[in-house]
Design a protein around this ligand. Sequence first.
Ligand SMILES: Cc1cc2nc3c(=O)[nH]c(=O)nc-3n(C[C@H](O)[C@H](O)[C@H](O)COP(=O)(O)OP(=O)(O)OC[C@H]3O[C@@H](n4cnc5c(N)ncnc54)[C@H](O)[C@@H]3O)c2cc1C
Length: 517
Amino acid sequence: MSIREGRLTRFHTPVEEYDYIIVGGGTTGCPLAATLSEKFSVLLLERGGVATSDPDILYENRSLNPLLYANHDDSPAQNFISEDGVPNTRGRVLGGSSMINFGFYSRANDYFYENSGIEWDMSAVESAYEWVENSIVTRTDGLRKWQASVFNALLEAGVGPDNGFTLDHVQGTKIGGSTFDDSGRRHGAVELLSKANPEYLKVVVHAIVDRVIFSTSKPLAAVGVTYHDSQGKHHEVRVRRGGEVILSAGAIGSPQLLLLSGLGPKSSLLSLNIPVVHDHPFIGQFMADPPRNGINLLVPVRLLDVGVRVVGITKDGPYVESTVVPQIASIITFIPFLNFIPPSNLSVVVVAGKVSRPKSTGSLNLISPFDVTVSPRVRFNYYSHTEDIHQCGKIVEVLNKVLKTPAMGEYKFPGILGHNRFSYIGPSLPKDSSDEESIATFCRTTLATFWHMHGGCLVNKVVDSNLKVIGVNSLRVVDSSTFSSSPGTNPQATTMMLGRYIGEKILNERAASDTRS
Ligand SMILES: Cc1cc2nc3c(=O)[nH]c(=O)nc-3n(C[C@H](O)[C@H](O)[C@H](O)COP(=O)(O)OP(=O)(O)OC[C@H]3O[C@@H](n4cnc5c(N)ncnc54)[C@H](O)[C@@H]3O)c2cc1C
């Protein structure tokens, strides 16, 4: 495998051809590229760089730093603010968002398999998960102080049963896996590229794909892409007959590229003077971002176990996770109300719930009709559906129970007459979970992202059950943009599995068609 800077391939050289061109070397794109390279030539184009020696990317106790230092232009984490006004982030680095995330690893829930619309062969799903897990997932062996307290508190609050350690999605409280190992070192999706056939895989970084190129005669098919490098030079690459262009550019990047390439709602393309290649009304629609709501507590103990290892999967829907905020000398703007740097003998913890399947959805629209580096406008319409407020009320209910447990007792500060109290940074929880108005106010004021956004290229609306773009040959979308619900408590396990799963499926289908012909 060769990893090159985009500028090494010049536009004026003969057009290069590959069996598969994958756009986006992220969480899904890396396992997909590694798998397809077992039999076919693959070009993987990633707009970001390689960050495998950056300590802020590599180490869990520095895992908030990429978000703090994110900019719009070239950092591994790219900041954006949705039109809802909520700060958000997506990966821009080889390995994608798996290189800037918090590493918690947990497989998808049954609801996802049953409702995703993707054609699943569950034994192939199992072996795809194992392929990922045997390489980069650490099975948590023993919890440190804060995660142990959270585990006990969830059980004492009634989020049972105790499921111990498992990678599976099961109701109750469990310890999950992590892409951070026991020494706190990250193993992101980029490491799955080491499983590739190096003869057949070429990775080009700082290669920003501008457009998909289509056939000029019928039937409509993708035949290649154009991209530009960090010097602004343009390149064109093509797929061989029988090959495909596969978009794995994530929930923002994939719908954005389709729209820029002339696939999308006809009226909005025409309003931007983009020539319509194919009218696709649902591209950029059904964008969702499960809300995160919770509390920040200042606790009278110095805690060192940054990161998430435990999740409570409640009967009512919400998932509960918690982390210690690392001791950093900077205000963390993406955690609501955390305008406070604690003294070194104290710690701040965030205890939060995820609305697991928000009914509120929004859309993605282009700002620039030609420049892919201009982030599109995204609106998730958080809490526009009353059912989501109801779900947030369930988060409030379970967090109130968690705070009342004996396991949380030692995290209170001494008060007068022996009445120990929690010290909140920001709003405390509404006490009465039947008071709909105060619940709604709490949910809206403490709203933040869990960074689990999805949608924009949904199955059965934009792509079919094999993730092929409907109405266009030789073009697929394989990433979180195809999901109509967030898979399980945290999505990265499923996105990596999906890359391997679809890669294997393509290899099997090609082998079967070669045998027939
Ligand atoms: C801060 C944060 C914390 C998170 N924590 C967790 C967690 O603890 N556990 C968990 O399971 N999930 C977590 N997630 C979510 C999870 O990481 C994502 O859902 C998942 O990685 C998305 O995978 P993807 O393949 O769809 O997209 P990505 O991994 O984002 O990959 C898309 C890739 O495409 C590239 N790209 C985009 N446009 C172009 C273009 N035009 N040309 C070339 N390349 C392009 C991008 O640079 C990127 O590398 C977190 C996410 C974030 C941001």
